[in-house]
Design a protein around this ligand. Structure first.
Ligand code: ZN
Ligand code: ZN
Ligand code: ZN
Ligand code: ZN
Length: 404
């Protein structure tokens, strides 16, 4: 049969003509370093191809179609053995090019060849054979379909045939309908130290990734894709992104943080659609900073670390409220924004005066910082709110008296 490295890989294209560097040399054996046009004493008319009689001379008496090193020379796909692929496509058909980016190398369970292995431990040739013999609506029977060998086929001809036999979404894929339930891990693996993952290794592992979480998510992807009319490519992109996320996860089977999804472009993953799917699957922890958090960070990033940490506690209490004393109702983000806007200049003045922590601020400092006629900034819900929070933000975290 056909060797794995491509049928004509041993026959390299002949070297280029020494003079023009465009055409191939007229002959390799006996060695001639020029093309017929550049031969000393020429130009000469090249002879017709000894294989087909064509006048489109390439090298060694052959045309570009008949010479095994020629650009038009056809051969069999090195993975699925389908006929009709070129050297410039690395002796692969379009489907096998896709497979080589998505599946690992391995031994096929059915034909025992060493090639790319898909999800059912079968190579593409065995998969196509069982698809050919598959009864509509029935599962693939790989072992039975391949027991007497495989029917070879022409390269790149499978797209149309598939369209005529489209199954309903619930019958597609392996292993029946998608899993309806999945319980994410409740525990979390803490990291000992932060290590930047190697993108090449992550991508290689993602090809083999498989888990209950992935199976569940694939079902959600299929439903989502059906509802929003996703292309096959988009669907595959998202499945690949989910595989990458699984490899990057510290805790197998845990819910996935949105900030982890944001790392995906580094590994050629997709962010937006993957977030959609994870949210639909109920597996997303949305830890992306909100607008008010971004605003707060912009206003406080120059403050001393202690002061900033105290203010962060205050911010969280303002946004989420607090049910432990002193109790505090959660505030509208716009109100919080106005508070931040009011206190930021005062905090920067204190920081410039050498204060590192809000614990060092006395009531007199607060009074001195307040403008004479009171604040001019007014919040949406109350009169003049913004100037008292820095007095005891870390402990009381309340700017106005708690309502509860
Ligand atoms: Zn030449
Ligand atoms: Zn020819
Ligand atoms: Zn192929
Ligand atoms: Zn096989």
């Amino acid at each position: 049969m056909t060797p794995a490295a491509g049928p004509s890989a041993a026959v390299r294209p002949p070297p280029k003509c020494h003079a023009c560097q465009v055409n191939r040399v007229a002959w390799v054996k006996p060695r001639v370093d020029y093309c017929y046009r550049c031969l000393p004493g020429g130009p000469f008319t090249p002879p017709p191809c000894t294989g087909c009689g064509s006048l489109d001379y390439f090298s060694q008496g052959r045309c570009a179609t008949c010479h095994p090193g020629g650009p038009q020379y056809l051969s069999a796909c090195r993975d699925c053995l389908s006929w009709g692929v070129y050297r410039r496509h690395n002796w692969q058909c379009w489907s096998c090019r896709w497979w080589s980016q998505h599946y690992p190398m391995g031994e096929c369970d059915y034909c025992r060849r060493e090639t790319r292995i898909g999800e059912q431990q079968a190579c593409r040739l065995c998969l196509e054979q069982s698809r050919m013999l598959q009864e509509p609506g029935r599962a693939l029977t790989l072992a039975v379909a391949n027991e007497h060998g495989q029917q070879l086929f022409f390269a790149n001809m499978h797209f149309q045939r598939r369209r005529t036999r489209r199954l309903e979404p619930e019958h597609r894929g392996v292993g029946g309908p998608p899993k309806r339930n999945f319980a994410p891990s409740r525990w979390r693996q803490l990291t000992l130290f932060g290590l930047e993952p190697d993108p090449v290794l992550v991508q290689a592992r993602a090809l083999k990734a498989d888990s209950e979480l992935l199976t569940y998510c694939k079902g959600v992807v299929a439903e989502h894709a059906e509802r929003f009319g996703w292309s096959k490519r988009q669907r595959n992109d998202v499945v690949r992104s989910l595989r990458l996320l699984q490899v990057l996860q510290d805790t197998p089977g845990a819910m996935i943080r949105a900030t982890d999804v944001a790392q995906l472009p580094r590994y050629d993953g997709n962010i937006v659609s993957t977030l959609d799917v994870l949210a639909a699957a109920g597996l997303l922890i949305d830890d992306r900073p909100t607008r008010i958090e971004n605003y707060f960070a912009g206003k406080t990033h120059l403050l001393p670390p202690t002061m900033r940490a105290q203010l962060e506690v205050w911010l969280q209490v303002m946004l989420a409220g607090s049910d432990t004393a002193p109790r505090q109702r959660s505030r509208d983000p716009l109100t919080v924004r106005i508070h931040v806007m009011g206190i930021a200049p005062i905090l920067h003045t204190w920081a410039a005066a050498g204060h590192d922590s809000l614990a060092e601020i006395t009531p007199d400092d607060v009074r001195a910082a307040l403008p004479e006629p009171g604040s001019t900034v007014t919040g949406p819900s109350s009169g003049s709110v913004p100037c008292s929070p820095p007095s005891r933000p870390a402990s009381s975290s309340s700017s106005t008296p708690p309502a509860a």
